[in-house]
Design a protein around this ligand. Structure first.
Ligand SMILES: Nc1ncnc2c1ncn2[C@@H]1O[C@H](COP(=O)(O)OP(=O)(O)OP(=O)(O)O)[C@@H](O)[C@H]1O
Length: 690
């Protein structure tokens, strides 16, 4: 193996959403549906005793039925059904791969428990919702989108006949906006509850509330909480009378191999391990867990560069990537079987950590690292840093092997390091910026967000910060009540700042440009700068640069990208990240459709009137403006915090008097990124609006 991995130029902290999220960087969740079929699930009255369709009987179908009967959960079927019949809330704890996510809803449906409405089953990530629905539709013997469907951000496959719906936790939250008691459902299953995303945490409270209200007057709501690794007592206490059901038994054993000594460079160790497994171990695909997109791309490049060193008698290696910012179609490609004569190496963030089964994965390599988002409420700064994972995460990662046969998990850390890991990670609601969910709670009619029935309450400081941010965006009035504007903002599946910019763009007459910029900010970077070609990359970048800063520069790149559509290797020659540009175009398409539905014409444009565009952005980023100081640093106007323009910005060292930024990151010092030049009098114009 000729090359050693370069030490990645890691972005230690950033304001963009992390790979934990089931969303792209700027988008959050959605209630949109863009299929032609009628998508709302109708209220069911005749779901009793629905059985899998036998008209599609084939060998494959029969094999799947036999397979189902061998899952550990199968022998608990009767017990599970009885427990659900006799209790309002049930906590199901079962080993990874025991069959919870695929079988539980099918058992309940077949037992006639969905006669009063459908079954919703939430997943923290869209790739899991889609792959589970696809699998269960096959087991059920029906076409995906009929009895078994899914609903994820900007993508829905359901119909009037859908009775089991896999959906992201964010989608279910959005459904609450139009159906606060979720009357479409008789059973809601909150799967992978240990992940404790802030959306799932809010769902716990909202479900409990809906169950209570429905108990006396309407058809009852059953709540099921599922996980392999959960503090069941804590949940049982929270849900008052919850029953706990434990499913024992794994399908297949997984052999865990630890490093004998600590490793300082996880990328280097992962690289060596992949090739060692490939050369020495029998067939079976490899799933590697890495902290983020950047590491994934570096490792992929190294694997491909070294592929020629593989002995010719060995299979070829093909790589497959999985991270949150990838469009759904690319994410679901990981499920395609590797062509004959190849071994698939999947490089993934923790989005493959729970719920999913990737066929033929026999080896898991766990670097023990993830990217974690944290919010410092005191200074209002969010950071994203590479951290050690928790024991729960390590076990979930291990659980991705051994799903179709015995597996191996290579932990790139020592057993002692594992023992020292935290049992579980702090829930997001206690460590992230919660402005988006506070807005959603307010839109759902929860006025006193301090007293909401949280499983773990966020600190008062965190709530106050979120409310202050929403107040500055005019989403809340000075009594903390949601404004009409706030209600409209909550309808957008976007972070509140971005929703505010889009709404303002209608008033400013630049909807097209606002959508373009929100889409461009949904990726880490549209530029591609190889370490060894920095100067060439800079030369090529120069022609796009606007004196007004990064965001207008991005707009120039987008225009040029579209003008040169179809030109071979335009991206490569111009050092533009092709994959990210494709993602930008996809997000833009989705936002166009969304704005269209909200009667905001996506073709409404101000052309090259950059002043209008920047003023429009100020509606969302007002709080994020900073003034040049005599020492050439900047001071954030609202917080007086000292910040520096990041060297990657086109305004680095340009000494612009006032700037507005879209991102604040904390590495060696606080840096602002995605910076634009603005005028001080624009800020004054805004002041009365606060
Ligand atoms: N898409 C799929 N392709 C092939 N096999 C699958 C697929 N989905 C599930 N399976 C099989 O069904 C088994 C049970 O999967 P299921 O997701 O229901 O388990 P689980 O108990 O929910 O696991 P976890 O807690 O890890 O999410 C898997 O171990 C695997 O053998």
């Amino acid at each position: 193996m000729k090359n050693k991995p370069n030490k990645p130029n890691k972005r230690e902290f950033s304001l963009v959403e992390d790979d934990n999220s089931n969303t792209t960087d700027t988008t959050n969740t959605t209630n949109t549906n863009n299929t032609t079929e009628k998508l709302k699930v109708s209220k069911k009255t005749t779901n009793n005793n629905i059985k899998p369709k036998k008209n599609s009987v084939s060998n494959a179908f029969n094999n799947l039925q036999t397979f189902r009967t061998r899952l550990p959960i199968w022998k608990e079927q009767k017990n599970l059904i009885e427990t659900v019949k006799n209790n309002e809330t049930i906590i199901i704890i079962g080993e990874m791969g025991s069959g919870k996510s695929t079988q539980t809803p099918q058992f309940l449906l077949e037992a006639g428990l969905a006669s009063n409405g459908s079954i919703a089953i939430t997943q923290p990530r869209r790739v899991a919702a889609i792959s589970l629905a696809t699998r269960v539709a096959k087991e059920f013997g029906s076409k995906l989108g009929r009895e078994i469907g899914y609903s994820v951000r900007f993508d829905e496959m359901t119909s009037n006949s859908t009775i089991i719906k896999y959906l992201t936790d964010g989608m279910l939250l959005r459904e609450l906006l139009s159906d606060p008691l979720l009357l479409n459902y008789s059973i809601v299953i909150l799967d992978e509850a240990h992940e404790r995303t802030m959306r799932t945490d809010i769902l716990f409270g909202m479900m409990k509330r809906a169950q209570e209200i429905r108990k006396s007057k309407m058809k009852p709501l059953k709540i099921i909480i599922m996980s392999a690794t959960l503090n069941s007592e804590k949940f049982a206490n929270y849900f008052n009378t919850a029953a706990i059901l434990k499913i024992s038994g794994r399908q297949f054993p997984v052999n865990i191999i630890y490093c004998t000594e600590p490793k300082s460079d996880y990328l280097d160790t992962a690289f060596t391990s992949i090739f060692q497994i490939h050369i020495e171990q029998p067939a079976g695909d490899i799933l590697v867990f890495l902290p983020g997109q950047e590491d994934i791309e570096i490792l992929e490049k190294l694997i491909l560069e070294n592929a020629s060193a593989i002995p010719p008698e060995k299979p070829k290696i093909i790589t497959c990537l999985l991270f949150a910012a990838l469009p759904t179609e690319q994410q679901t490609k990981v499920f395609d079987p590797a062509p004959p004569g190849t071994r698939k190496v999947i490089l993934s963030t923790n989005i493959a950590e729970t719920s999913i089964t990737i066929g033929n994965v026999k080896y898991v390599i766990d670097t023990g690292k993830c990217k974690m988002r944290k919010f410092n409420a005191r200074i209002g700064m969010e950071s994203l840093s590479v951290e050690n994972i928790s024991k729960n995460s390590a076990d979930q990662r291990m659980g991705r092997a051994g799903r179709e046969g015995p597996g191996f998990c290579y932990r790139l850390y020592t057993e002692e390091e594992y023992t020292k890991m935290e049992k579980e990670t702090d829930p997001e609601i206690k460590r992230c910026n919660i402005a988006s969910i506070i807005l959603l709670l307010k839109a759902l009619g929860i006025d006193n967000v301090f007293e909401f029935d949280y499983l773990d309450a966020p600190s008062r400081n965190l709530i106050k910060r979120a409310m202050e941010q929403l107040f500055i965006l005019n989403a809340l009035d000075n009594q903390g009540k949601i404004s009409d504007l706030g209600k409209r903002m909550a309808e957008f599946p976007l972070e509140p700042t971005f929703a505010r910019v889009l709404i303002a763009s209608q008033y400013m007459g630049c909807i097209k440009e606002a959508i373009d910029i929100v889409s461009l900010l949904s990726v880490d970077s549209i530029f591609f700068t190889p370490q060894d070609q920095r100067e060439n990359a800079m030369d090529m970048k120069r022609k796009f640069i606007s004196p007004l800063g990064d965001l207008i520069t991005y707009l120039n790149v987008l225009k040029s990208y579209e003008a040169h559509k179809g030109e071979v290797d335009w991206c490569g020659r111009n050092y533009i990240n092709r994959r990210n540009m494709k993602h930008v175009i996809k997000v833009r398409k989705q936002l166009n459709q969304l704005c269209d539905r909200m009667n905001m014409s996506p073709t409404n444009t101000c052309g090259d009137d950059y002043e209008t565009i920047l003023k429009c952005l100020l509606f969302g980023f007002f709080r994020q403006s900073a003034i040049l100081q005599p020492d050439n640093n900047y001071k954030v106007i609202v917080s007086s915090q000292n910040v520096n323009i990041h060297p990657s910005s086109t305004l680095f060292n340009k000494k612009i008097e006032v700037v507005m930024y879209a991102e604040l990151v904390l590495t060696s010092k606080p840096y602002i990124k995605n910076v634009s030049a603005i005028q001080s009098n624009w800020i004054v114009d805004f002041a009365p609006k606060i």
